[in-house]
Design a protein around this ligand. Structure first.
Ligand code: AMP
Ligand code: MG
Length: 493
């Protein structure tokens, strides 16, 4: 008889938390798992490590069947969850994990919870009209961006694996299918709370709150005020997340309440985009006709979404503390965002007029159609006294007077800082590489059209070490070449 290699499963520390909740919260997947021949395309070892898996585990014969949803983890019954949400401002009473389900839940050595959720592995009772599948293109975008955001220091769900199903999926065209594994302490959304509030199931809403408090916010003292305290923390982590997004130039594209994490993580990467030229009204989602989710509107939309969450929590607490919680959003966002912008300018101290300096730079960038990422990245050497001709050339002619004036003011301001070398420090907050649409598209095209994995690998390497120089790869730090400008991306695929 063949010897069976010891499986990663033998040491996978399962802890089935969610099924401690009543059955109204979840349902088993429909069982239309992908066909016989899936293969692993890429894996992110640091993401898998969060779920207690070593890189070697990916080579085990059990791995691909489990991470493509063909086989269950022994002793763990996979489940999809029910939620609702406000989509583009309108309440949709039932959504839920239509193409996602959790295949494993556990706890790290530090006691931190984690769960692994498959995306695109088949239908669930919440699929509505969907096929439960995902296409390679959208899986690769989420995979690359999740791991990129983590490397940028932006709170996010993680991505462990990309598996090609070798099945065709029908969208506007026929496309190759894929399954991704998402990893996070929890995938709970604002919409989970909305569902139980809007269906007047207060007991279940309370059960969800208890679960959330005990598993995800164990530091909150239980008893009176617990809901308000939790809400305050959600307000703050969401404000912080917006500060991260705005500072790094990330537009999510579909900030519906069902795409808002209760943990303040970036979740549900769809038609996201990083700014190329600085355009505050940048709309990355082709289906967002009115620009509800335009780049500059994200903080206000986050607050709108928090109001929807507050309404959902009303059955559990007084109104006043929730109002008080909401009032924390604006000052929190403002101060965290401002701190980040100061760091991007290389300031260690805070001086009067710094806010105007940030605002006037952004306004010159807008007028001068300057590239957001490159402008900040280039500022490091200027702060250390290098000549600025190349940097100035990044601004179109109409903005030249404004940016030259700005540069004088910036240099004068730097004199108030200790005379340290600034470029290396600034290079740690101003990334050289962001996952621009054209860069993601290049990796996708190479894989889909030519079966070339090397480009994906290279892009993964760049975007997961985005502050490093990576000599020889400068082209990927550039704005889109002419042939790849204005790529459009829309909702679920
Ligand atoms: P999203 O736009 O990805 O946030 O998805 C919105 C809702 O549609 C969620 O409830 C998803 O689970 C569901 N959904 C999206 N794509 C599919 C699909 N291919 N099959 C089933 N449900 C889907
Ligand atoms: Mg979603």
């Amino acid at each position: 008889m063949d010897e069976i290699a010891p499986s990663f499963l033998d040491h996978w520390p399962m802890k089935d938390r969610f099924r401690s909740l009543p059955e109204a919260f979840y349902a088993a997947p429909a069982g239309d798992e992908v066909g016989s021949d899936p293969i692993l395309i890429h894996a992110s070892p640091p993401a898998l490590a969060i779920a207690g898996l070593s890189e070697e585990a990916t080579g085990h014969p059990d791995f691909v069947p489990i991470f493509s949803g063909q086989r269950e983890v022994p002793g763990f019954s996979p489940y999809a969850t029910v939620y609702a949400g406000h989509q583009f401002g309108h309440y949709v009473p039932q959504l839920g994990d239509g193409r996602a389900y959790v295949i494993a839940q556990g706890e790290g050595p530090d006691g931190n919870p984690w769960e692994v959720q498959l995306q695109g592995a088949g239908r669930t009772p919440f699929s509505r009209f969907g096929d439960g599948r995902a296409v390679m293109r959208s899986v690769l975008r989420e995979y690359l961006c999740s791991e990129h955001m983590a490397a940028l220091g932006v709170p996010t769900t993680r991505a462990g694996t990309v598996i090609a199903t070798r099945e065709r999926v029908e969208r506007e065209t026929i496309e190759p299918g894929a399954v991704m594994s998402r990893i996070a302490p929890s995938h709970l959304r604002f919409g989970h709370f909305e569902y139980f509030a809007h269906t007047n199931q207060t007991d279940l809403l309370k059960a969800l709150m208890d679960y959330t408090l005990s598993t995800l916010f164990p530091h909150i003292e239980r008893g009176e005020g617990e809901v308000a305290t939790l809400f305050n923390e959600v307000v703050e982590s969401t404000a912080d997340l917006m500060a991260h997004w705005q500072a790094v130039g990330f537009a999510h594209g579909v900030m519906n309440t069902d795409n808002m994490s209760i943990l303040g993580l970036t979740i549900d990467y769809g038609p996201f985009g990083f700014l190329d030229q600085y355009k505050p009204n940048f709309i990355c989602n082709h289906s967002d006709h009115h620009g509800r989710y335009a780049f500059e509107k994200q903080p206000a939309i986050a607050l709108w979404n928090l109001q929807a969450l507050a309404s959902a929590l009303l059955p559990l607490t007084e109104e006043e503390p929730l109002r008080e919680g909401l009032s924390r959003f604006a000052p929190r966002f403002k101060s965290v965002h401002f701190e980040k912008m100061q760091a991007k300018l290389g300031f260690n101290t805070s001086q009067q007029g710094d806010d105007e300096l940030v605002a006037s730079l952004l306004s010159a960038m807008e007028e001068g159609q300057a590239d957001y990422t490159q402008t900040f990245r280039g500022l490091g050497s200027i702060a250390d006294g290098e000549i600025s001709d190349h940097w100035l050339a990044g601004f179109a002619a109409p903005a030249q007077p404004a940016i030259r004036q700005w540069l004088d003011a910036y240099r004068a301001r730097l004199l108030e800082e200790a005379p340290n070398e600034r470029a290396p420090v600034m290079a740690q907050v101003n990334p050289k590489y962001v996952l621009r649409n054209w860069v993601a598209e290049t990796a996708i095209r190479a894989l889909e059209d030519e079966g070339d994995l090397k480009t994906l690998d290279e892009v993964f390497r760049l975007v997961t070490a985005p502050f490093d120089d990576h000599p020889g790869q400068d082209a990927f730090a550039e704005p889109p070449p002419e042939t790849m400008q204005g790529l459009s991306v829309s909702c679920s695929s």
